[in-house]
Design a protein around this ligand. Sequence first.
Ligand code: NAP
Length: 432
Amino acid sequence: MIRVAIVGSGPSGLFSAAELLKRRRDVAVDVFDRLPTPFGLVRYGVAPDHLRIKSVSAALAKVFDDPRAQFYGNVELGVDIRLAALREAYDIVILAVGAARSRALGVPGEELAGSFSASDIVPWYNGHPYARDPRLANAESVAIVGAGNVTLDLARMLLKAGSVLAGTDIPDAVGKALDGTGVRTVHIVIRRGPADVKFSLSELMELETLDDTDLILKNADPDDGDTLNDKRSDLFRKWDRSATGHAGRRVVFHFWRSPGRLLGRDRVEGIRLRDTDGDPAGRHQQEDLEVQMVIGSIGYYTESPDESIPFDDELGRVLHVGGRVANGLYVVGWSKRGPSGVIGTNKACAIQTVSCVLDDLGGRRESVVDPARRADLVAARLGHEDARRRAITWQGWNRIDQAEVELGAAYGRERTKITDPDLMIEIGTQSN
Ligand code: NAP
């Protein structure tokens, strides 16, 4: 058996595992994840009300029906296992570590309380075990910087009542926080014009499902036919005509603006916007918005998984050729190509990396690593003396899964996520 380790159990990692198992009979795959749970971005990144996309996890889980695939959660690369040890224990190592960190805005005031990034808020509303409560009740107006789909997820979630999300798996505390939120206005700060936004049409249309919410455009003429020629512009035109100005809540799109600084002494009290469209007199116009919370949502980056790996610090991704990083070492997903595309994009990405792996393996049928190394590595994780550092197997995850379903039933819902990492680990390691 050729022994493969995949680090990361999000879509790219599990698509890769499935592809490998499908294409070669003589391959066994161990999938590691730093969290006690599988599914990465699907579980903790996709918005809770995107139930159809969330349901991809059921398809991803099928890979573990194959006895050649094993899951080891609660095992962090660089903390619990070193990359060098992994490479000695496996013929092939595939990094599928994602891009968990938001890019910083890089403006003064970003360190103030009330300043967040998408990678703080998205995991929180998704019940991530290590996320902190952003205390929404303190904010009436919020500015989100960036014109991508994550911004629209954030805007929608901040303006949706928790009770509307009853069909989702959000933790009870998140539902209560969203019910008790004071957020009435979400300002979206966009550095270019309406023709250049990265919002997709379907995500824009979802804003129309928000109750009692005006959708307002600033600094853009939606009838500017030179630049607006797709369906998104029809939507912008419609919104521009139909905003009542009297709704209880509003989403305001500020085109041609970027943040100059966050304002406030101890915590965020406002955001200063600069005109990015220039102006003939050469004076950059400024505008201050009163907000109590700012969220930077301008894309993500990967942190270098190991100092031995060739890495592009600027772009925040692993350097590779067609997925190959070094002899026996590969990369897939957002850590390979950057934070772009939808979940399905990772399938093609996984096929490319796996094809590269199989090309390199060629006719090789047998492992060239000492099987005792892999056995020792796995045994050390499963039987760790510190119970909180023990690995969680697929059976262990199934117990957590079941506990979440039972917790959901207590609230009259299909499932409610458990957020306490110690509790997850306790449930997940019960019969190691
Ligand atoms: P994104 O689509 O890359 O959007 C990032 C936005 O930030 C862009 O509008 C970009 O503007 C702006 N930006 C970058 N640097 C900036 C700066 N220094 N100042 C101001 N603005 C800046 O990223 P994302 O929203 O994080 O989404 C990541 C990926 O996940 C995307 O592929 C997205 O489509 C996908 N996603 C999909 C869904 C869905 O399908 N439902 C939901 C969520 C996310 P420029 O264009 O001017 O660079």
